[in-house]
Design a protein around this ligand. Sequence first.
Ligand SMILES: C[S@@+](CC[C@H](N)C(=O)[O-])C[C@H]1O[C@@H](n2cnc3c(N)ncnc32)[C@H](O)[C@@H]1O
Length: 228
Amino acid sequence: MHELDLRLKTAAGFVRQGSRAADIGTDHAYLPVYLILNNISPYVIASDLRKKPLENARRSISGLSLGDRIELRLSDGLDAYEPGEADDIIICGMGGNLITDILSRCSWIKDKRYRLILQPQSHAYDLREYLFREGFSVIEETGVRSEGRVYTVTAAEYSGIKDTEFSDIDIYFGKLIYRKDDVSREICSRTLGYLKVRYKAELEYGNRALAAKFESIIKSAEVLLNEK
Ligand SMILES: C[S@@+](CC[C@H](N)C(=O)[O-])C[C@H]1O[C@@H](n2cnc3c(N)ncnc32)[C@H](O)[C@@H]1O
């Protein structure tokens, strides 16, 4: 059987014990199989936009006698889901902007009963900004190194509190900036590098207000990262 990589194992670790899960963009359905075989979820809907990944999923589950506990479904994001079919909604291995687009097209996820488990391949800050702006709270967030790359995995739940103050530090670094492990620090240092590039570009092209904004985020982040 396929050994789950640390990236997906970390996402699985954020799934609430006993919750029915939905894995959006499942491809080989490795995560749904893990959730069932480890008795984390009693039932998982594994969906994908395309037929070919669902064929991969069918191959992964064939012979495991999990047919009644894993449902395969063709769906663009959450379009083919009914509210309440799953408790924990997992979206891993897609760009942060695509994840944001999938979430923003589904109104019923704004409900305290659901948990979102998200692992963006890029643009984690755009995804965080969407979550904060729309009233979701980040419950847990960690960095993980898997097969030579680093990833951020986030669990969020709807709190409905849209006017919560959230800072640029929250958006760009999230909870990772308060973590002391090497991987979270590496991701923060990469984000800092990105902000420095943005700062220099804004300075060069004359947008002084934006340059000042990036400078201020960089300074605050450096203070937090240097705290023991
Ligand atoms: C890189 S794979 C990630 C597979 C798995 N989730 C993982 O993290 O290893 C991305 C998968 O998302 C699917 N996908 C892309 N856009 C999607 C959408 N709008 N709705 C559902 N699935 C989508 C692709 O077909 C592909 O199978």
